[in-house]
Design a protein around this ligand. Sequence first.
Ligand code: FCB
Length: 443
Amino acid sequence: MTEAQFPDGFLWGAATASYQIEGAVQEDGRGQSIWDTFCRQPGKVQDGATGDVACDHYHRWRDDIALMRELGLQAYRFSVAWPRIYPFGSGPLNEKGLEFYDRLVDGLLDAGIDPMITLYHWDLPQALQDQGGWANRETAEHFEVYARTLFERFRGRVKKWVTLNEPLIVAQFGHLAGVLAPGIRSHATTARVAHHLLLAHGLAVQAFRDMEMEGEIGITNANTAYEPYDDTPDNLAACELARDFDSRLYHDPIFGRGYPASVLKFYAERGAPFPIEPGDMLTIATPIDFLGVNNYSRRVVMADNRPIGFRFAPPTLPIQPMGYEEAPHSLGDFVRWVSREYGNPPIYVTENGSGDEDGPEADLLHDQKRISLLKGFLTGLAGAINEGCDVRGYYVWSLMDNFEWAYGYSKRFGIVYTDYETLERKPKASARFYADVIRNNGF
Ligand code: FCB
């Protein structure tokens, strides 16, 4: 008997990101990214790890496509490293960088795997950071040029595009908490960064339309499913506030609703207003074709009298190595919430999965916990689809263990194990499980 069945034509894939897997950071004219810089600042990344080699996907992409094929993947989401295309972010174009993605895209198409390109998954060219990075409005304009270059190059070959991966994380963790590149801690910068990221997104969507590109374009947001601690008015209001800061801030403007008033007020009171210029909100609201949903967990929210008005309740479920609660109902819950809130947009789940702490290979290959969590996530997702949510596909994070940002190589999210000594890939039990899910369109 099947436990979760998906609609005909549902797309099954896996996701990765350039800096997390490619390595070859000095090769073929690639410029420096903010992650190359960040990794070299003492104490920023666990064990002083860098993406210099990572999974060496830059040289092993052929084998990686063979692996995807072996698992029966129908789709693959990856990101393009902006500094491979424009080593200085703007200015001279690096043909060799484009050629790498030509080979990859053609290889995927030959294997019958549908490519989805993320234009920005966090590796900003360092040269742009030197001019203020996302706090500088011009970065959004350079992004449009970069996006147009890729659209032209991959016209007709790539039909699914994601503008940005998780602007929330870039703004909050890169520019407020400072734990991700570029490691800034400033309210003023955070508001500017959030706005310019969304502007960059809107400019790219407009360019996609101007260029009459075939296919679909959307944005991928980081989403936690928020649950009120209880249904007292204070806790319900606190939960809505958490949604304003983390979810609505990055969805409302896309759907033409402007920024949440609570968020505008918070930043204005701190002398850090959103640098909105005339026409920006219309640009940001250029209609998208789908919403990319990344979800890993839930959080329980309570009222708090600190200025922001909410805090997270202590976890009550077991904790994953990344600090997430094991709450696989979160995916279906978030999808239901976002579908209700924004008029049932087409959705791709562009990331979902779970991370293990590094440890003995034999244990990591036998990843029963990941399988049970994936079953939980997929059961919830199938439920949401049955209730009418328009979910078109699912990309597991991640194809293979890779560089997990500030955690270095200490957290492993792959359904395939990466041996960082030999760079050999070994499918985990979860990869076999996932291959069966794909074959049966459910489990
Ligand atoms: C997401 C990121 C992705 C990976 C997973 C675990 O926030 O988009 O690159 O780090 O978390």
